[in-house]
Design a protein around this ligand. Structure first.
Ligand code: HEC
Ligand code: HEC
Length: 370
């Protein structure tokens, strides 16, 4: 018994330590004052994150679409939830989501706590009728009752959706990834961490490709995002020439009904393409999406909010053509001024891809069996 307790105590110390250690190339994880990390809370969040019984068909958990073995994505163009129902968007990785200043491709939730409440009751994700149904399931489970009591000091009937959200968010704040070959080169003083092609690719990224203007690299760390929203020309074809009508219809619906935006965005393929506009109703943000991190791209294909680009070669061609699949394709009327043809030659394109592949964290590569 004593041995058992000691082992549990030591392992809890180790995991608290593991939260505190910041990997090379990343800033410390922001922890909100009202939701401090603890080993027990992280463990509870981990359990909730992987629990398929908390969905309408008993087959869907967070990890269905954000799976360890797939760089915390599902490697599908757009996600599939209960009964194989398809949504409208590509599942972003959870790795380093803790650093974003808003969540989802359109930033409609401010933080991980807010984000984690949506999937349980989204009709194409967890599919539960309400958060009450979720809480009923949790309150009927002895292990959960014990765990929530331990973490939050609440008894059965006092467990709320906020406790659930806080636990999951705490777990997600441990899913972070730096320490890539790029980090060892850039921040670790190891000149050999990148090969010649990857170093040339970094040059393209910083200069001729102008990637860094949105996918930021700072003096002491690199999140590869500016946490802002841009229309780079993805997906607009679905609402081409209908942007204004689609936008007006959504605004009307938002103002006349109590609209569940999470469900609306993920079930209506036209509204999905409005991007940031759906949140701000600012016409300059039609088709604008959040700049995603570029870390661990080699594990998270396909790419973009609609999963429309299969490979990193396709992504680089897309940018090289000024935000178009083909140079002859029309441009979105709302496209960001920062997206212009780049005139990269074949070698520069190859080097840029090599660099993007050098942003993979060793532990997630290992989890993916690569
Ligand atoms: C059916 C698949 C599915 C399930 C289940 C699911 N997600 Fe997601 N997740 C997605 C998709 C798709 C998006 C992007 C939606 C959007 O941007 O509108 C997303 C977005 C996110 C984001 C935002 C990341 C970013 O870059 O902005 C986080 C964090 C996240 N999910 C965590 C979770 C958690 C926690 C759960 C469980 C409570 C969960 N997801 C369940 C598919 C899923
Ligand atoms: C004007 C800002 C901006 C610039 C410049 C830019 N990006 Fe992006 N990038 C974005 C945004 C926004 C998205 C998401 C767009 C979407 O899904 O609609 C994105 C998406 C991506 C993705 C997909 C990531 C994923 O997880 O799906 C890759 C890869 C990428 N960019 C690489 C690059 C490279 C390489 C360059 C330089 C050639 C570059 N970006 C230049 C803003 C930018």
């Amino acid at each position: 018994m004593i041995i058992k307790l000691t082992a549990a105590f030591i392992s809890s110390l180790i995991s608290v330590n593991a939260i505190a250690a910041t990997p090379l190339g990343l800033p410390p994880v922001p922890i909100p004052a009202n939701n401090p990390q603890s080993a027990e809370k992280i463990k509870l969040g981990d359990k909730l994150y992987h629990d398929k019984t908390l969905s309408a068909d008993g087959k869907v958990s967070c990890s269905t679409c954000h799976e360890e073995k797939k760089g915390f994505t599902d490697n599908l163009p757009v996600s599939k939830g209960i009964e194989g129902k398809s949504g409208t968007r590509n599942a972003p990785t959870v790795i380093n989501a803790a650093y974003y200043t808003s969540q989802f491709w359109d930033g409609r939730e401010p933080d991980l706590e807010g984000q984690s409440k949506g999937p349980f009751i989204n009709p194409v994700e967890g599919g539960l009728a309400s958060h009450q149904v979720l809480l009923d399931k949790i309150r009927a489970n002895k292990d959960y009752i014990t765990a929530f009591k331990k973490v939050f000091g609440v008894t059965n009937s006092a467990i709320t959706i906020d406790h659930v959200a806080k636990s999951i968010a705490s777990f997600e704040r441990t899913i972070i990834g730096g320490n890539s070959p790029f980090d060892h080169y850039q921040y670790g003083g190891d000149d050999k961490a990148l090969n010649a092609a990857e170093k040339r690719g970094l040059e393209v990224f910083l200069n001729k490709g102008r990637c860094v203007s949105c996918h930021r690299i700072e003096q002491t760390q690199a999140l590869f995002t500016d946490n802002r929203f841009h229309n780079i020309g993805i997906g607009f074809k679905k609402i081409q020439a209908k942007e204004n009508q689609t936008a007006a219809a959504l605004v009307k619906k938002k103002h006349n009904t109590k609209l569940d935006m999470d469900a609306e965005v993920l079930t209506n393929k036209y509204v999905s393409e409005l991007g940031r506009f759906a949140v701000t109703e600012n016409l300059t943000q039609v088709g604008a999406f959040k700049t995603p991190t570029l870390r661990n791209l080699s594990l998270t294909a396909p790419y973009m909010h609609d999963g429309s680009l299969k490979t990193l070669e396709d992504v680089v061609d897309f940018y090289n053509n000024g935000g178009r699949i083909k140079e002859t394709d029309p441009l979105s009327g709302f496209q960001s001024g920062g997206i212009r043809p780049l005139h990269l030659d074949d070698k520069q394109k190859k080097d840029l891809v090599a660099f993007l592949k050098a942003l993979t964290s060793p532990e997630y590569k290992k989890m993916a069996g690569k």
